[in-house]
Design a protein around this ligand. Structure first.
Ligand SMILES: C[S@@+](CC[C@H](N)C(=O)[O-])C[C@H]1O[C@@H](n2cnc3c(N)ncnc32)[C@H](O)[C@@H]1O
Length: 456
């Protein structure tokens, strides 16, 4: 057999990564004792709902990164580039969500004819069939007989009770409107070089309809949108596997946690359930705190009865959080804001911290496509060659989340260095006592950055 040239060696290496990462994923499913999921599954696998999926996520990051890279090398370039843009899965998913196709099919596990399904949701039969077929080729819904469709493990996410489905609905309804004006905002005199929240593509798109409110202003007076948003945040956490923080951070040694910008408790509710010794403060805007209390009453009534949770409205730009607690936890807060606002939030938290308090920033983190100093050490993983060090398309959602932050809030995901710089906010009393990054917990799609008051 002739020797492989350098390009062939790289292709073989990618094939090897695909093989080994898929086997790692299979092993993770088997560890549960429930075997592997099948393409025909009509129920969730127990691992789909688990809070600690780090090992599976690591394997999938390699698998997705390697197969995208392999396919981009082997497919004609025009094929790959058109795959970027010729993709209406978001629109078909949006129809399925809004028409509640998965809810109807849930009543018919054996399948339902497209005629009856379309009648049930009052849509055109042949158009409904086209939507279902476009999604079925991706494994979302399946045609069990000609023109008879049933749910799959993927389409169950589109049921109205599913929080990730709720996130998908919000994203697929609004995201394309904002993305559609991205270039216009980049050449508009007022918007192009602005990093203010009020100059987000979302505001540009909405102002055409006569509405200039930013996201938070819009939700203040719209209870329905606020409800949807906070349910979507629970789904967002599920999608990213953010609850791994429950298992990876040493909560046993902590007594009190302040969830700054808690929403309705994506992490603080399961935290209270897993660690009943913790005293938890929920901080958010007044109207959200009302919703949070209702959510806690439903999901963790025991914590309310025990008096180990409190609900304190704040505006984190103006108010200092409750003082002197062990941990100040911010999940998906700093990424919502441009640097000026993010610094104000951190400065206010810094004022509340005891000398030994800890600040945890839990966000997605961007890594460059070239290897960076320090990455690959300190527990931060770097992809094996010939993959891009940041896992390439295996990190797709981190980079898409960065785009979402830009589109909706004119904000961004940050690199570790950018976060370190943000942490150095001077306190009001000492120019040297900023916050130093002391540890990073790599949760694959998100990271938890631990900051402590810097020793001057
Ligand atoms: C992206 S959500 C994250 C919620 C929650 N931490 C999570 O991860 O699900 C951002 C949160 O910041 C809150 N927020 C926005 N502006 C705020 C302000 N000025 N003061 C306090 N909270 C605010 C929002 O109400 C929302 O709950």
């Amino acid at each position: 057999m002739s020797e492989l040239n350098e390009s062939e060696v790289k292709l073989e290496a990618l094939l090897g990564i695909i093989n080994s990462s898929a086997r790692q994923a299979i092993a993770e499913y088997k560890k549960t004792g429930y075997g592997v999921p099948s393409a025909d599954a009509t129920t969730f696998h127990p691992l789909d709902m688990a809070t600690d999926t780090l090992a599976l996520k690591r394997a999938i990051r390699l698998l997705e990164g390697a197969y995208h890279q392999l396919s981009a090398i082997l497919a004609p370039p025009q094929h790959t580039v058109m795959n970027f843009v010729c993709n209406y899965n978001w629109a078909c998913t949006n129809v399925a969500l809004r028409a509640r196709l998965a809810d109807v099919l849930d009543q018919h596990p054996e399948g339902l004819s497209v005629d009856r399904l379309a009648d049930a949701v009052d849509l055109d039969k042949s158009k409904t069939a086209r939507i279902l077929r476009a999604l079925s080729i991706m494994g979302c819904f399946k045609e069990v007989e000609r023109d008879v469709f049933a749910n799959t493990r993927l389409s169950l996410i589109l049921k109205s009770a599913n929080n990730t489905g709720c996130f998908a609905q919000l994203h697929s309804t609004d995201g394309p409107k904002f993305a559609g004006v991205l270039y216009e905002t980049m050449i508009d005199q007022e918007f192009s070089r602005s990093h203010e929240v009020d100059k987000a593509p979302r505001v540009f798109a909405s102002s055409k309809e006569g509405n200039k409110d930013n996201l938070w202003e819009m939700m203040e007076n719209n209870e329905e949108q606020r409800d949807l948003f906070h349910r979507a945040m629970l789904g967002h956490s599920d999608m990213l596997g953010a609850s791994a923080v429950l298992h990876q951070y040493p909560w046993d040694g902590i007594s009190s946690v302040v969830d700054v910008g808690s929403g309705i408790g994506a992490i603080s509710v399961p935290l209270a359930k897993m660690f009943p010794h913790l005293r938890i403060t929920n901080h958010d805007l007044p109207e959200v705190i009302v919703q949070a209390r209702i959510a806690w009453q439903k999901d963790a009534p025991e914590a309310l009865l025990d008096g180990r949770v409190e609900f304190v409205p704040i505006n984190f730009f103006e108010d200092v959080p409750v003082v002197g607690k062990d941990v100040y936890y911010l999940k998906h807060i700093i990424h919502n804001w441009p640097d000026v606002e993010a610094t104000t939030i951190l400065r206010n938290i810094r004022k509340a911290m005891r000398p030994d308090s800890v600040l945890l920033i839990h966000d997605c983190v961007l890594f460059h496509t070239l290897q960076e100093p320090g990455v690959g050490t300190n527990g931060l993983t770097i992809a094996p060659e010939p993959m891009l060090p940041n896992f390439g398309a295996g990190s797709h959602r981190t980079y898409q989340t960065d785009m979402t932050m830009w589109l909706v809030l004119n904000s961004k995901e940050r690199t570790l260095d950018e976060l370190k710089i943000l942490g150095q906010v001077p306190s009001s009393t000492s120019a040297n006592a900023g916050l130093a990054l002391t540890q990073v917990y790599d949760l694959v799609e998100t990271m938890v950055m631990e900051f402590r008051i810097a020793q001057s």
